[in-house]
Ligand binder design. Sequence first.
Ligand code: DHB
Ligand code: MG
Length: 222
Amino acid sequence: MAESNPQNWRAADAYLADILVGHDPTLDATLAAQRAAGLPEIEVAPVSGKLLNLLVRISGARRVLEIGTLGGYSTIWLARAVGPDGAVVTVEAEAANAAVARRNLDAAGVGDRVEIRIGRGAEVLPSLDGTAPFDLVFIDADKESNTIYLDWAARLGRKGTVIVLDNIGREGEIANEGTTDPRVIGTREGLRMLGEDARFDATALQTVGLKGWDGVAIAVVV
Ligand code: DHB
Ligand code: MG
């Protein structure tokens, strides 16, 4: 039995992506454009992009909110899943990232169903109040603001809205009560909110793979 280590986590992830996700020139071009623009390589792994896509389809979501667009890689997975009559609103703090995302979304043929709102979530999300409820919310932005984003996800959702919170593993640091890393503190606060706030019912799965030791929380608004 092979030892568990980052090298074989990555190899297994590549194997799973090969047989279950496949390779798609559009998404390859999106990643190439993100790299060329100097964006950090922190977009979701292909298997996780496919997970988002499946969760949208399994839940029948037609209106999706994404917090943290980066270059649009995960946005494309979400936009494909909602279909031509669905809608994705994605919030991005950095205008330069949003410009990369806009080009990628248009090149992927899903630009017409995606609205990018530029600004920090805490400022942009209140402006979405009063629009039709979102069916699924993917939170993948600054971890320090996770509780703000979860609160807005509940307010902008409805009973049954699916919430996916990225990066809950943090190399196991989430179990470290004494952490001083603000991103880990934000992750822990988000998880605590999912556990304690009566609006949510949630679980979380640790993952190992392309992105190391990480994980994802999945919740429903009750
Ligand atoms: C970081 C953020 C992410 O959304 C991610 O998927 C991985 C890492 C980060 O800020 O370190
Ligand atoms: Mg992430």
